[in-house]
Design a protein around this ligand. Structure first.
Ligand code: GAP
Length: 465
């Protein structure tokens, strides 16, 4: 079972400390969200899983962390200044403003009228000004990056030479991106500030690019599976030619069933694009156009690559899997959501998060909080587990309530310390998904938990094509 709709997750997220509406004390800020104590852990665990999977477990990918604000020329030559637009239209009746491509049946979503202004482009890069300058000084204009990818392209040569890389190899980056979305919404699905996990995989111009797109689609389906996202809630969308970004020759979107209650339930979770050699060549000083003129008279570098075996110099092509942290977190939460009825006929929410993603791995609960020996033992167990895994101590309610709370936030194991523990040096370990309980010696606890918390195995990557 998955969540029946996004609203179910919005209310769970707020109730239990995953995600809060931002700036609430001033009435909020449309479509901005703050990640609470459990949300920040879940986001970090998603990012760590991704980083471990690509940068540590493979041998062909390095990580970087580039600036959010780059030289404005990066966005000129990447094509974003000219083309990173949404097409806007206004409803003449209610004055509502919408994205032209999101209008269904030519009807205004607010008032139902069909009286529109002409569509006009709106650049969605968020602007800022650098330095102590006058408000209207155009030389101070800078952008908050709309994708992390460009920080990777402009560092291609730095990484390739310092890490002595030969093609094929990849560069991964995770970080915030910003877009002045016209119609943000649907919780953390579409916001103006969000986080991306992007990887640029550099290959020869003669590589089998389309096969490489398929390869990375398969890899990501595997990884999403390891996060607990069911394959049946994912759908592959081959982006048609007219919808491709200016740099792409082929893109496959992995869609998630974010709207199970709707006739059209799918929305993009991530995209895998063949970006050709567009980015490396556009930032290069030696690239010439068809008339023999420099494509980029401002660049001081050439981002071409010399291939030793063929003695040829060329601009590598790029296969780019680009995923959103926030959309992954939302898909993970929706897929993990389940309900179960207890002996008393009460419905309980269980968040069946993959153990590697669970914000808290083990909760240590004393059965009697007025008994100092039991409390002392529970706190000592928490301290002994903490270096190995995220554990918390909780005595803020009766045991039934404490179990319910931990189930709802996805904690895989509850460990109860009772009177018997003082005698037999053992505790009760309760499994979140089965509610089964097992008595385990305190001396064996750490090893037992670590064994059970191991990430679901991800298949080792096949040899690169
Ligand atoms: N470098 C390519 C690129 O940025 P994209 O499809 O525009 O491609 C990649 O973005 C991913 O970033 C999306 O699939 C989505 O997961 C996430 N993303 C994009 N815009 C977003 C937004 N406004 N809010 C939340 N996530 C977003």
């Amino acid at each position: 079972m998955a969540a029946p709709n996004i609203d179910t997750i919005v209310s769970l997220a707020k109730r239990r400390g995953f995600v809060f509406p931002s700036s609430e004390v001033y009435g909020g800020l449309g479509s901005a969200w703050d990640y609470g104590p459990l949300g920040v852990e879940l986001c970090n665990n998603v990012k760590q899983s991704w980083w471990r999977w690509l940068v540590y477990e493979r041998d062909d990918i390095d990580g970087i962390d580039s600036s959010i604000i780059l030289n404005r020329l990066v966005w000129k030559y990447s094509g974003h200044e000219a083309t990173f637009n949404d097409w806007l239209i206004d409803c003449r009746k209610c004055k509502g403003r919408f994205r032209a491509d999101k209008i269904v049946d030519n009807k205004c979503p607010s008032c139902g009228a069909s009286d529109w202004t002409e569509a006009r482009p709106f650049n969605t890069m968020l602007q800022t000004k650098l330095g102590a300058v006058a408000d209207d000084d155009p030389t101070a204009l800078a952008y908050l990056r709309p994708e992390t990818a460009q920080g990777i392209f402009i560092n291609f040569m730095n990484v390739q030479t310092t890490m002595r890389r030969k093609l094929p190899f990849g560069i991964a980056q995770v970080g915030k991106s910003f877009r002045n979305e016209v119609t943000p919404g649907n919780f953390i699905l579409r916001t103006r500030e969000f986080e991306q996990m992007e990887m640029e995989y550099f290959v020869s111009p003669s590589a089998e690019h389309s096969k490489l797109v398929d390869y990375w689609v398969e890899q990501y389906l595997e990884w999403f599976g390891s996060l607990g996202i069911s394959r049946e809630n994912l759908y592959l969308y081959e982006v048609p030619g007219e919808e491709l970004a200016h740099y792409s020759k082929r893109t496959v979107d992995i869609m998630y069933r974010y709207f199970p209650e709707r006739e059209k339930p799918w929305e993009e979770l991530m995209g895998i694009a063949w970006r050709t050699d567009f980015d490396l060549s556009t930032h290069s000083k030696n690239k010439l156009d068809e008339e023999g003129k420099r494509v980029n008279p401002d660049s001081t570098e050439d981002l071409s690559y010399f291939d030793e075996p063929t003695k040829q110099r060329f601009y590598p092509h790029v296969i780019e899997p680009a995923a959103g942290v926030n959309r992954t977190v939302l898909a993970v939460l929706m897929d993990a959501y389940s309900e179960r009825t207890n002996d008393k006929g009460e419905t309980r929410v269980i968040l069946k998060l993959s153990p590697q993603l669970a914000p808290i791995k083990a909760a240590i609960l004393p059965l009697a909080k007025n008994k100092p020996e039991i409390v002392g033992m529970a706190k000592a167990i928490k301290r002994s587990l903490q270096p190995l895994l995220r554990a918390v101590y909780d005595d803020t309610g009766g045991i039934g309530k404490l179990y319910a709370r931990q189930d709802e936030i996805g904690t895989p194991f509850c460990i109860t310390v009772d009177h018997q523990s003082l005698e037999d040096e053992a505790v009760t370990v309760r499994d979140r998904d089965t509610w089964e309980q097992e008595r385990i010696k305190i001396t064996d606890l750490a090893e037992q938990l670590q064994k059970r918390l191991k990430p679901y195995p991800v298949a080792p990557p096949p040899e690169p094509i």
